[in-house]
Ligand binder design. Structure first.
Ligand code: 5GP
Length: 114
């Protein structure tokens, strides 16, 4: 799997509205937000899909989720709640093949998703 638009954002080759960064994780606002808060948490390591992650990535996957939860808390979303989503491959609706966690908040979510 080649480079993606998220790789370019991580390397600062294209702009993004970055809201969080640490050694392993970058988070930026989705270009086409589906909720008042819609932020993407991406590992700096390029893993194409959740299916491509291995046991060696366990810590990194945990960091992504904890970074999303901490950001949601800092934005005051935690009490009312929010949704995290990882789309995987075609039926999952994945369009960018660099693993990412969507954080959606600020409105009531429906279940099941369409
Ligand atoms: P997926 O469908 O792969 O789970 O989610 C990809 C997400 O990336 C979509 O919600 C889409 O709006 C967002 N996206 C695609 N290209 C860009 C971009 O260049 N910049 C930003 N910030 N978001 C993007």
């Amino acid at each position: 799997m080649g480079d993606t638009i998220f790789g370019k954002i991580i390397r600062r080759e294209i702009p993004a509205d970055i809201v969080y960064e640490d050694d392993d994780v970058l988070a930026f606002r989705d270009l086409n937000p589906q909720a008042p808060v819609h932020v993407l948490f991406v590992p700096k390591k390029a893993i194409a899909t959740l299916d491509a992650a291995t046991a060696a990535d366990a810590g990194l996957l945990g960091k992504l989720l904890l970074a999303a939860a901490a950001y949601a808390r800092s934005e005051g979303l935690a009490e009312m709640g929010y949704r995290t989503v990882i789309n995987c491959n075609e039926h999952g609706g994945q369009t960018v093949f660099h693993l990412h966690v969507h954080l959606l908040g600020g409105r009531h979510m429906q279940w099941p998703p369409g």
